[in-house]
Design a protein around this ligand. Structure first.
Ligand SMILES: O=C[C@H](O)COP(=O)(O)O
Length: 253
């Protein structure tokens, strides 16, 4: 059975004290709202991870927002999978469109990062999504399929089962424009059918597929009501404890 997850992505926000304070609020609020089979995750900047992992307990898991693809070595300024694992991190976001765009991360690099994450017992939250141009010119199914095939479809079934997929249309990220529940469901069903074609029905049925892109307390329930949407990857709204908790509540409605 697939897990329902609401993951917050703080991106490059919050200094150390602000992060610890927001996280403590979130932990307190989430423990009253989260049902047993649901999971809350906070993906924070590197400087927060060690402290948050100690505060999170069983109610909120911790994720990073990036790792290097190599295990270790002369890569000044980089952080390895083993380093974040050693402080208690469980998840790592890979393939976010902001890194694909601003750091020019290719599908091939992301495939390597995914393998490194898995080799270090981290669960990737692997993001895919189309730009507005690709949505408008109708090439989006092809674009999404390519991101899946080159990014994660060469994984063994055992490894693939540890991956969470996040569909994040680039045109909906931080714009206030959300994919309609029908648009999002259409893509989630497409992603699940591609997984089924590659790994079979049971794997597809067990894979958690999150929606991300201007998801907020007002629109979360209608998105999460769609049969192939298993939760959300939340940017802006994860920076407010009340909003993030209300989005978790929407998993129950
Ligand atoms: O990783 C999160 C997504 O990029 C969504 O961000 P947003 O909720 O601010 O649109």
């Amino acid at each position: 059975m697939r897990k329902k997850i609401v993951a917050g992505n703080w991106k490059m926000n919050l200094d150390y004290n602000e992060g610890v304070s927001l996280f403590s609020e979130i932990v307190n609020m989430v423990k009253d709202e989260r049902k047993g089979d649901q999971l809350a995750v906070i993906c924070a900047p590197f400087i927060h991870l060690n402290s948050l992992a100690k505060l999170g307990g069983t109610d909120v898991a911790i994720g990073a927002q990036n790792i290097h693809n190599k295990e270790s070595g002369a890569y000044t300024g980089e952080i390895s999978a083993k380093m974040i694992k050693s402080v208690g991190v469980e998840y790592v976001i890979l393939g976010h469109s902001e890194r694909r765009q601003y750091q020019a991360e290719s599908d091939e690099l992301l495939a390597a990062k995914t393998k490194t994450a898995l080799a270090n017992d981290l669960k990737p939250i692997f993001c895919i999504g189309e730009t507005l141009d690709e949505r408008n010119n109708g090439s989006y199914y092809e674009v999404l399929k390519k991101q899946l095939v080159h990014g994660i479809f060469s994984l063994t079934e055992e490894d693939f089962r540890k991956v969470v997929i996040a569909y994040e249309p680039v045109w909906a990220i931080g714009t206030g424009l959300t994919a309609s529940p029908e648009q999002a469901q259409d893509i989630h069903a497409f992603i699940r059918s591609e997984i089924e074609a590659n790994y079979g029905f049971n794997v597809a049925d067990d894979t958690t597929i999150l929606y991300g892109g201007s998801c907020n307390p007002t629109n979360a329930a209608s998105l999460f009501a769609q049969k192939d949407i298993d939760g959300g990857l939340i940017g802006g709204a994860s920076l407010k404890s009340r909003d993030f908790t209300d989005i978790i509540k929407a998993l129950n409605s």
